[in-house]
Design a protein around this ligand. Sequence first.
Ligand code: C2O
Length: 408
Amino acid sequence: VDTCRRGDKVTDKLVECSDPTRGPPCPPPTPTPIVVDFQPEATVKRVRRPAHLLDREHKEKYREAVGKMRALPATHPLSFAAQAAVHEAYCDGHYRYDPAEKNRPFDVHFSWIFAPWHRMYIYFYEKALGQLIGDDTFALPFWNWDAPAGMGIPAIFKDDDSFANPLYDPYRDQTHRDALIDLDYIHSPKDVPPIPFVRTPATAAAYDEAVQKNLCTIYQQQIRGGKGARAYLGEKLCSEASVRVKEMNERSRRRQEDGQQIKPNPTASQGTLERMAHTAVHVWVGRPDPKGGCATLAGGAVLGHDGKPHCGNDMGFLGTAARDPLFYSHHSNVDRMWHLWSTKLGGAAAGFDDPEWLDASFVFYDGVERPRPVRIRFRDVLDTRNLGYTYDDEESEKAALPWLDSRP
Ligand code: C2O
C-alpha cells in the first residue's frame, strides 16, 4: 500500500489477521492461493438509483439478493457475515503492519485509502448480490441523504420491522427511525428531540431550517472544503498526521477497553468526504451506547439475523457497521459523492497523481459460484465505468443537485 517508516510494504504484512481472539473478523481462509488481476468490465450495465425512489421490482430484487447472501454459510467468503467481517478486519486494529508491533494497526479509514477501498469493497458486494439473483444489471441502491426526500432512513430498510425483511437491522437508534437526518450530527447537541421526517405545519419552520443546514453541510464537504485531493480524500497513509491519528485512536481504544472514558477521535487526517456527512450518518443511525448492554425489544433480548444474541450498535461503530445492510447503501452514496466530485464538480482528476496511491492494491473475493481472490489497484477504480456501474444522475441530467448553491 505504501511505505511507512522503515520502508516496509504494508501489503506484505497484511496476510496475517493478527489477533483472532477479538471476535469473528478474520476473513475466511483462501480457497485457492492464486490471485488474479482485476480486469475492467467491458460495458456499463449497472445504474445505481436512490433507495427511496426504487420501483417495486428493484425493491424486491434488493431484498431477495440480500436474503440470499444472508443464507450462504458464514464460511463462504461472499456470505453476508463474511462481508461484514471483511470491513471489521480492516479497521478496529485487527491487522498490523507487523504483528509484533501491537500499536500500529492498519486501517482503511483516516487516510487517502478511504475512498478507493470502500469503492472496491461495495463493488464486489454489489456484484455478488447480482450473481445471487442471476441479474448482472443489479445495482446497489444509494441512500440519497443529500436530497431532502432522502434525508431519512429509506423505507425498504425498516419495512416490517422484523427479520422477515433481510434489509432490516434492530441495532439502530430507534429514536431516529422516522426522523429527519442531521448531517452534522457529530457537532449537534444530543439532548434536543429529533425532527420528524414528515413535514407538518407544526414542524415546518424547524424542518426547513434543518434541511437547509444539511444542504450547507454537503456544500461545505463537496465544494468549499473539498478543494484538492488532500482536502477531500484525506492525507497520505503514514503521513505524520495520519500516524499521529492512529496512535491517538489506539490509545483511546485501550482506554475504552479499560472502561475509561473515550476521547473523541481526532480527524486531522480525514478528508471532508470521510469526516463530514459520512461519519455523521454512521453515528446518527447506530445505537447511541455501544457499551450500554444489549438492546431489548418487547421485553426479550434482541437476537441477530443469525438467531444469536448480539449487543452491538452496528452502524455507530466502525468495527460492526457493515453488519447493517444500510451500511452498503450509505456507502453507495458516499461513493456517489466522490464520483460527483471527480466528474461534475472537479473536472478531470479523480484523486492523487502520486504513484504510491495509484498503484496501491487490495485483494477481494470475486464470484459467488467459485470465489477467487482478485487483486485490484486504486488506478483501476478511478472511473466507475471500469467497474461497470454509474449513477442515475448521469442518465438524467435533469437530476439537479439540491446543495450545489447552498452556500452557508
Ligand atoms: Cu469503513 Cu463508513 O466506513
